[in-house]
Ligand binder design. Structure first.
Ligand SMILES: *Cc1c(COP(=O)(O)O)cnc(C)c1O
Length: 496
């Protein structure tokens, strides 16, 4: 069955998967959604015999229906190869009564690699299929992890340039070092004075600027997005939920048809939305547990039905979740509004005008699959320390937010369903926060001393991604105001 993609905000003509991947965002400002969510067409028994790459094909073929089998398999082979430091790609680790799905074994040791290692190949293939003449310019706003994962994915890919904007004072020291040391003449990294939402809003404005699009086209360029709103990001993220389930099934941890819960540390709502899609494809998932940090706009939303971003933006130790506008939530709103683009548009217009909207009671009742809660900074630190002392397993701050919320969920509900916690970053990426949580005596150490120490206390080897940046020179030094983002883009592309 061919799947076409339509807008969450209007009835513009639906497009093929490759076109949706190329465009990223719809011209009307909406997000692409599949006309229907396809059902898995292989049984759990069949899937449980497959490698990660094979499961990836079985999931993606249902969504990217205008790709040939050969095209899609080539993309998958190039993406999930020895860049990952384990053949399992996404291993599960049992600790303290939950299964941690480690999504950080790719080139930048965070979960964004799961999708960003394949997106460049999907994009290049899509451009070929659609006879695109222009050079593609990937424009991305990052709260830390997306940026490096996108840079690593796109560096030196022919026919593509990539520009990454990050909040100058809103990412960890290691995250910043990872980005500003990026090699590849087609890469450009810019710090902005502002927070992640400023960067994201700035990027959205550039995308929606028709004048700029014209100037770009004349110069032989066109924008595309690597942000988690691209359907080429969302679909690859469905794969590891299927893989997690089939792995647990194969190992006898789940019996046929038995449901699992998933807990996802959430920012832009992409990762948990992928789990929601997996559930709607027929994967036996029960609860979708949405974990937030102190920027708990989603917790409040699930509790009250009101989404309100008018609040103080808090900088936390889980910076990739420091987000007040969860872009991918729009796809869920659209769905629970009965796939009604006019209704969704009204909510999104209210969000951009007043910074808030309230869903109807009927829509709220459609959210019963979700449970939302949040963890404070102190709780997050304590969760890292407690888990380490109890089991020896060291988790990063984002994963710890999820682990803490899982504890709250169990206390609230007494539900003992088998549970998978999405482990979204290696603790090495947030070594300072992690080590400080374990013992404040580490506070005096330098970043790389902390990494060596973490390797000792956690009894795990230092990932290559960290070793590489230890001595790498800084190659990107541009910093600008929010108002100067367009100029930064034109400057890099050599447009007057
Ligand atoms: C991006 C990110 C998240 C949030 O994922 P969303 O899909 O934006 O909800 C959580 N943890 C880490 C480490 C991340 O990089």
């Amino acid at each position: 069955m061919e799947i076409l993609y339509k807008s969450t905000r209007s009835d513009v003509a639906p497009v093929k998967a490759s076109e949706a991947i190329l465009k990223g965002l719809v011209e009307d400002g909406g997000l692409y959604v599949p006309e229907t969510i396809p059902a898995l067409d292989k049984t759990i028994d069949e899937l449980s015999q497959m490698t990660y790459q094979q499961v990836a094909y079985e999931v993606m073929k249902l969504y990217f229906t205008d790709f040939t089998e050969a095209e899609l398999k080539a993309c998958i082979e190039k993406a999930y190869d020895s860049k990952f430091d384990t053949e399992e790609i996404a291993p599960l680790v049992e600790a303290d009564g939950a299964y941690y799905l480690e999504l950080f074994h790719g080139s930048t040791i965070a979960f964004k690699d799961m999708a960003l290692s394949i997106l460049p190949h999907l994009l290049v293939t899509s451009a070929k299929k659609n006879n695109v003449k222009n050079e593609i310019v990937i424009l991305t706003a990052t709260s830390g992890d997306t940026g490096k994962a996108a840079l690593a994915g796109f560096a030196n890919v022919d026919g593509i340039k990539i520009i990454v904007f990050y909040p100058k004072n809103g990412v960890s020291a290691i995250q910043e070092k990872q980005m500003v040391t990026q090699k590849g003449a087609n890469t450009h990294v810019v710090g902005i004075h502002g927070n992640f939402d400023d960067a994201q809003t700035g990027v959205k404005n550039l995308f929606n600027d028709k004048e700029l699009a014209k100037v770009m086209d004349e110069a032989g360029f066109q924008f595309s997005s690597a942000n988690s709103i691209n359907i080429g990001r969302l679909v690859p993220q469905i794969v590891y939920y299927v893989y997690a389930y089939t792995t647990l099934y194969k190992e006898g941890k789940l019996t046929k048809g038995q449901k699992m819960n998933v807990v996802v540390p959430t920012g832009n709502f992409g990762n948990i939305l992928a789990a929601f899609y997996a559930k709607n494809m027929g994967l036996p998932i029960d609860k979708l547990i949405c974990a937030s940090n102190d920027n708990k706009v989603l917790f409040d939303f699930f509790a009250t039905g009101e989404y309100d971003k008018n609040r103080e933006f808090v900088l936390t130790n889980s910076p990739s979740m420091d987000i007040l506008i969860s872009s991918n939530l729009e796809r869920l709103i659209y769905r629970i509004a009965g796939n009604d683009s006019a209704k969704n548009l009204a909510f999104m217009t209210s969000l951009s005008k007043d910074g808030k909207y309230v869903i109807t009671d009927e829509m709220k009742s459609a959210l019963s699959d979700f449970y939302g809660n949040y963890a404070t900074e102190a709780e997050t630190g304590k969760t890292i320390k407690d888990l380490y002392e109890k089991t020896g397993y060291v988790i990063d701050t984002h994963t710890a937010v999820a682990a803490n919320v899982y504890g709250k969920y169990k206390a609230d509900t007494k539900d003992d369903t088998v549970t998978v916690i999405a482990s979204t970053a290696s603790p090495f990426k947030f070594a300072r926060s992690v080590m400080n949580a374990i013992d404040t005596k580490y506070d005096a150490m330098s970043d790389f001393e902390l990494i060596d120490e973490l390797s000792k206390v956690g009894n795990v080897a230092i990932p290559n991604a960290i070793e590489e940046i230890r001595t790498a020179p800084v190659l990107h030094k541009t910093v600008c105001d929010r108002t100067e983002m367009e100029a930064a883009v034109k400057n890099f592309l050599g447009i007057q």
